[in-house]
Design a protein around this ligand. Structure first.
Ligand SMILES: [Zn+2]
Length: 313
């Protein structure tokens, strides 16, 4: 990522990592080319700025503000205070956005959501909460931000309509959440042959472990994951999938008797029984065909276990 700082008179210096909750990620379309957009945020006449600029032609990403500083992009101060923002070059209702651009943009959103602990969810508000600290936070368009003088009007102070109708939110959310669905542990029996509530039910038992295929679809307001169950791909509503993906400090529970190893795939130190809970203590390691997590179990055992047999507690 290229670093091209915005001029100091176009943003507010802050220390948000310690002082202010970052809970929104605001998606914009710039109404211009990337170079022009970067130049504008470096121009003292602009009085606007945003953290990232993505070039819709090349996928190049430029950072213009430190995350702890407050960009002037939402058109309402509390949303500026509690958000990060990204401009995508291009034009509202005209530009065709490529998967390359969605992937680049989603990658920074995924990182930010983990770093600042807000949900990796696209919010489908007509208008986001009047109070920027309301709701759960997440990813929204500039066109969903309330007007500071009248919360029933969208688009911030100037009624912005970006990112517009060409921005494919379902596709974007697929990229935002892709990494999360590998592997999945199914919570209940709602597995279907197609991504549709009316599709035929598949013969998969509750608690089955599926492997992500990378396909994610949003249909009728429900997000569906395509998971592979023993070689047969089927569809599951996202809310029925418990991810075998954890952050350090989160709790996990074993879904079978499970080995605790000195290293990922290494020497076995102990076996803990099914239903044992523990705390994740490190980043995952992928090796030997599994994703390994280091845990300290509640019984005192500590070491690496395979994520396939762990679910979030
Ligand atoms: Zn905008």
């Amino acid at each position: 990522m290229r670093w091209a700082p915005a001029v100091e008179s176009n943003y507010s210096e802050a220390e948000r990592e310690s002082d202010l909750d970052v809970r929104w990620f605001v998606v914009h379309v710039a109404q211009g080319e990337a170079d022009w957009t970067v130049d504008w945020f470096q121009n003292p006449d602009a009085n606007v700025s945003v953290h990232y600029v993505a070039d819709h032609r090349t996928g190049e990403l430029t950072q213009m503000l430190a995350e702890e500083d407050i960009g002037w992009h939402a058109g309402i101060w509390p949303y500026n205070q509690h958000s990060l923002g990204i401009e995508h070059s291009g034009w509202v209702d005209e530009t065709h956005f490529s998967d390359t651009l969605y992937a680049v943009s989603a990658k920074i959103v995924r990182w930010a959501a983990t770093e600042f602990d807000f949900p990796k969810r696209v919010r489908r508000y007509d208008i986001a909460p009047c109070d920027a600290t309301g709701g759960e936070g997440g990813i929204i368009g500039h066109d969903q931000i309330p007007n500071p003088n009248d919360c029933s009007k969208p688009g911030g102070i100037s009624g912005h309509i970006d990112p517009g109708s060409m921005w494919n939110w379902g596709r974007y959310e697929g990229f935002v959440r892709r990494w999360d669905v590998e592997p999945g542990v199914l919570a209940d029996g709602a597995v279907r042959h197609g991504p549709d509530e009316r599709a035929e039910t598949a013969d998969v038992t509750a608690g089955a472990v599926g492997t992500a295929t990378g396909s994610v679809l949003v249909r009728g307001g429900t997000q569906w994951y395509k998971l592979d169950f023993d070689g047969t791909p089927n569809w599951v509503p996202a809310d029925d999938v418990l991810y075998a993906r954890f952050d350090a400090g989160s709790s996990a529970k074993t879904t079978s008797d499970l080995s605790v190893r000195a290293d990922p795939g290494g020497e076995r130190l102990a076996v803990v029984p099914e239903g044992t809970t523990g705390t994740i203590t490190d980043c995952p390691v992928d090796t030997e065909g599994y994703r390994w997590w280091r845990l300290t179990y509640d019984g005192g055992e500590a070491g690496w276990s395979a994520g396939y047999w762990l679910r979030a507690e």
